[in-house]
Design a protein around this ligand. Structure first.
Ligand code: ZN
Length: 274
């Protein structure tokens, strides 16, 4: 699943490769997919987008927003995308295919779920889009100690760290994927309860959020995901499906996987404390 680091890398790569290109044709919803969401009728995407020129691309958390003149193409959390030149072979199955004048294409084939929205600028009222745009990125100076401390309150006391950090878009783009290494470096277990944090724990957590995400972006995203060109990210995940049942790089304890809160958690039971 695309999360903040990968969305940041994708936005940068789209700016490098697609800016200034004119959209020739758009085909949306060609391959049926139960868990892909569109804005209105996807058959109208071509009418909305054809002839428009790609402007600036930004990411808000795990979402990637591409401007095309007065329209927006928005890839929701989880929706990956690939760039193909005119000589590349396109995937057979896809949910969004944007072809440019020069024959190159941007294609999204959604794995699990994702939103592929295209709409006139300002015309899309979606809670997650709004929240992702309004809330500060954890990588900015605005996301400081004061901001982070204010996320804790009476209603978060009983939550686990996973529930606190990776649900309800409390921190847009920080999902169940990047969460694992954030907690590994903070030396805290995903099931550890907020009301057991004390002393410098919150500061350690804040430090790990910023430093882990920064490293993931610097390395081109996690190695469990691919970038715009189909290349695996250079950040080697410590805790992911790639490392389960392997020894922890710090202490050698075997890394475990468990189902928890609608997704898998990975952890080192020795390094990460409850
Ligand atoms: Zn360990």
């Amino acid at each position: 699943m695309i999360e903040l680091p990968e969305a940041t890398v994708l936005a940068k790569q789209i700016n490098e490769t697609a800016t200034g290109k004119r959209i020739k044709k758009v085909i949306a919803a060609q391959s049926p997919h139960k868990f892909v969401w569109y804005y209105g009728d996807p058959k109208k995407y071509n009418g909305l987008l054809a002839g428009k020129v790609i402007g600036t691309t930004l990411n808000y958390g795990g979402q990637v927003e591409i401007k095309a003149d007065d329209a927006i193409i928005l890839f929701g959390d989880g929706a990956g995308m690939r760039y193909y030149t005119k000589d590349d072979k396109l995937p057979v199955k896809h949910q969004l295919w944007i072809e440019f004048d020069d024959g190159s294409s941007l294609v999204s084939s959604v794995q699990m779920y994702g939103g592929l929205w295209a709409f006139p600028e300002g015309g899309f009222d979606n809670k997650y889009y709004r929240m992702a745009k309004e809330k500060p990125s954890p990588l900015t100076a605005t996301f400081d100690r004061t901001y982070f401390y204010a996320l804790f309150g009476e209603n978060t006391e009983k939550l686990s760290l996973k529930a606190f950090l990776a649900t309800e878009q409390r921190i847009p783009g920080l999902g169940n994927g990047v969460l694992q290494d954030v907690l590994f470096f903070a030396k805290m277990h995903p099931k550890k309860k907020i009301n057991t944090l004390y002393g410098k724990d919150e500061d350690e957590l804040l430090y790990s959020i910023k430093s882990t995400l920064t490293k993931m972006i610097a390395d081109g995203g996690r190695n469990t995901e691919v970038d715009l060109y189909g290349r695996q990210g250079g950040y080697k995940t410590i805790l992911s499906r790639n490392t389960v049942d392997k020894p922890c790089p710090v202490c050698g304890t075997i890394i475990k996987k468990e189902a928890y809160l609608g997704g898998s958690i990975y952890f080192c039971s020795r390094c990460q404390k409850m």
